[in-house]
Write a protein that binds this ligand. Structure first.
Ligand code: FAD
Length: 290
């Protein structure tokens, strides 16, 4: 099923992002997390893509679909040549994967340049156009930033390329994580004013720890509101930070649901506890269907 059809049926979806395992040491935690979160009724899930672990992404996506009967979307990046990209997309269609998240991909590290493998696949919009232009029947999602992308001079620049992704054929967008809903509301208002009507799903990350927060904010460009940062700075340990992260994320979700978002997409970092606590609260308050 195309994810855009789930996002437009009139009730917000719940989705989880899983990170494909980088090596064998990550497999056990991932398997447990997938099994646990599958029991919390997600409408769909997605699995990240890295060049060296691309096969694992494809394997996990098909397994989730077959074993748990949950719609699972594969991420794909511009890390491959056009021939290899075609091979992967053919494989997805053959195996019954119905949706792809077409991305440029993360650079090797903060501040380092992304190296595309093919001069014609340099940006997310190029990959969206490639999937659409080659006749694949896959539903296509793309990424967007609610705040300034670390490589962008300003939001204007960012917005130009968001529009290009939609014009190239993206059915829906998922935002990079943000910790202040104003960024999301501004982005949506701007998109609607520009005639962009596709669903824009907020991407949410309950802060897991000080160290992870520092890394993800550097990579994504997301900023932390002063009040939340002060609470994190004063927290005694990572467990206290985790609880703060859950509480903050619940407040974000409540406001987003009240504003009528098409769904909530959780960056799980392969940890189940925070999403379970957040969903438990939202469902307990009847803000989300159980
Ligand atoms: P792009 O749209 O290519 O944007 C990257 C930069 O280039 C931006 O500054 C943009 O303004 C600029 N730009 C865009 N198009 C053009 C153009 N035509 N000309 C000039 N400049 C342009 N990374 C992974 O490696 N694997 C994953 O699985 C993964 N999953 C993600 C899932 C989500 C929901 C999100 C939000 C991000 C994910 N990322 C992943 C990270 C993502 O790859 C990075 O954030 C990347 O920096 C941006 O991806 P993009 O597709 O938006 O890139």
């Amino acid at each position: 099923m195309r994810i855009v059809d789930l996002l437009t049926r009139g009730r917000p979806t719940v989705s989880f992002e899983f990170m494909a395992p980088r090596d064998e040491t990550e497999v056990e935690v991932l398997e447990k997390t997938v099994a646990t979160l599958a029991g919390h009724a997600p409408d769909w899930v997605s699995v990240t893509y890295r060049l060296r672990t691309g096969e694992k992404t494809l394997e996990l996506v098909t397994r989730i679909k077959r074993h748990y009967h949950i719609e699972a979307m594969a991420h794909l990046t511009c890390a491959n040549s056009r021939d290899e990209t075609r091979r992967i997309l053919n494989w997805m269609e053959r195996e019954g994967v119905a949706n792809v998240l077409a991305l440029r991909g993360d650079p090797p590290g903060p501040g380092e340049p992304f190296q595309p493998a093919d001069p014609e696949l340099k940006h997310g919009s190029d990959l969206v156009a490639f999937v659409r232009g080659n006749g694949y029947r896959l539903g296509i999602g793309a990424a967007c930033s609610a705040e300034k992308h670390p490589e962008s001079p300003d939001l204007e620049h960012e917005f130009r390329y968001l529009r290009l992704k939609v014009e190239a054929g993206a059915d829906f967008l998922i935002t990079q994580m943000f910790f202040d809903n104003r960024f999301y509301f501004d982005l949506v208002a701007r998109a609607r004013a520009a005639g962009i009507t596709v669903p824009i799903v907020p991407g949410l990350m309950p802060v897991p720890s000080r160290r992870s927060l520092a890394f993800v904010t550097q990579m994504s460009g997301a900023t932390v509101p002063d009040a939340l940062q002060a609470e994190i700075d004063a927290a005694a340990d990572d467990d206290a930070i985790r609880r703060l992260g859950v509480d903050h994320c619940i407040k974000q979700c409540v406001q987003l649901l009240e504003a009528g978002v098409p769904g909530l997409h959780f960056y799980t970092f392969n940890r189940a506890r925070a999403p379970i606590e957040i969903l438990g609260t939202l469902r307990g308050q009847q803000l989300l269907a159980s």
